[in-house]
Design a protein around this ligand. Structure first.
Ligand code: SF4
Length: 331
């Protein structure tokens, strides 16, 4: 990715951008294994080149179509294949979505993300989602949707409706992917990302830590993200929320410091991207979240629910930002 010249000037690195697309897996793995103080220092150094370290981008995520998904993602309570207690619902009506978006805006969210549990959207669904995007844009918020796999023409329709971001995660390394999902392949993900880029929509793409993957898989995930022709503008790093009934619910819990290392490695490999501390915050201590911010995370989801799993309450988040002398990023 070539960085916007104004950002390069601001960072004082015009002509010597640290944005790289040629990371090797061994290099990313070496980051994950660095002495912690050195890793944090390097993550902070790069974070401060591109961002104000006191600012956190705030998004709110709404599930506009919950459950009943035909895919078999081993971590997901919305897959129809697992008995997790999540009931399949129809696509939410437009007015309800807009009411939620208004509430999110009033609560301080800058971006409104809408998620639908589909393998890929049908054209008639897309009409309804386009109306939601137009309605949320009219409120003065940024929009993001995650709807599954997209074709090029579908991505262009979303762009025409005013979509700012499309979320489509790579989840894990190319090798580990088939252990987690069998109903589609890694190349399908990359094809959708290409369709989204081709339509001129910003890319939100990251992964999940804690599904039984090795250190090498974590490195492979970050290396793949950082090797995309353009780095995703937004990189959500999720800590697995173990939901009973899903195949990966019984694995070992991830050590907080290991999770923080992944955040730091993502920050270093993609220094100009917004790195989102995404799912899993509900179970994190304030100290762990703080170390995630110091490692370069500068975005959170705000609101009591993340699709179907719990998320810290807004007040708790604002109190933590206050304690840290941090603040929401302005649009
Ligand atoms: S992660 Fe998305 S595609 Fe996979 S089962 Fe859940 S809703 Fe479906």
């Amino acid at each position: 990715m070539s960085l916007a010249p104004d950002l390069e000037r601001k960072a004082g690195i015009a002509g010597s951008s640290p944005i790289r697309h040629d990371w090797t897996r061994a290099e990313v793995r070496a980051l994950l294994e660095m002495p912690f103080p050195d890793l944090m220092f390097e993550a902070q150094r790069l974070h401060r080149l591109y961002f104000d370290p006191r600012e956190v981008q705030i998004s709110t995520l709404l599930s506009i179509k919950t459950g009943g998904c035909p895919e078999d993602c081993a971590y997901c309570p919305q897959s129809a294949r697992y008995d997790t207690g999540v009931k399949a619902e129809k696509l939410m009506p437009l007015e309800q979505v807009l009411a939620d978006a208004r509430a999110a805006k009033a609560g301080g969210a800058q971006r409104f993300c809408m998620g639908a549990a589909w393998r890929s959207p049908k054209d008639r669904d897309l009409d309804k989602v386009c109306a939601m995007i137009e309605g949320v844009k009219a409120l003065g918020m940024e929009t993001c949707v995650t709807l599954g796999m997209l074709t090029g023409p579908q991505a262009r329709r979303l762009k025409d409706a005013g979509l700012d971001y499309y979320n489509h995660n790579l989840d894990t390394s190319p090798e580990y992917y088939e252990k987690i999902i069998t109903t589609r392949c890694y190349q399908d993900r990359l094809d959708t990302l290409e369709a989204v880029r081709g339509a001129g929509i910003h890319v939100c793409c990251g992964g999940i830590v804690g599904m039984g993957e090795t250190l090498d898989d974590r490195a492979g995930m970050i290396q793949t993200l950082a090797s995309l022709p353009e780095h995703p503008e937004s990189v959500p790093i999720n800590l697995l929320v173990q939901v009973e009934g899903t195949p990966v619910s019984l694995g070992q819990k991830t050590e907080p410091l290991d999770f923080i290392r992944v955040i730091a490695a993502a920050r270093i490999a993609m220094p100009a991207s917004v790195v989102r501390l995404s799912a899993g915050r509900e179970d994190m201590s304030e100290e762990t979240q703080t170390l995630c911010f110091l490692a370069g995370a500068n975005s959170i989801f705000y609101g009591p629910k993340l699709l179907t799993t719990p998320n810290p309450a807004r007040d708790r988040d604002m109190l933590l930002l206050d304690k840290l002398g941090m603040r929401p990023m302005s649009a």
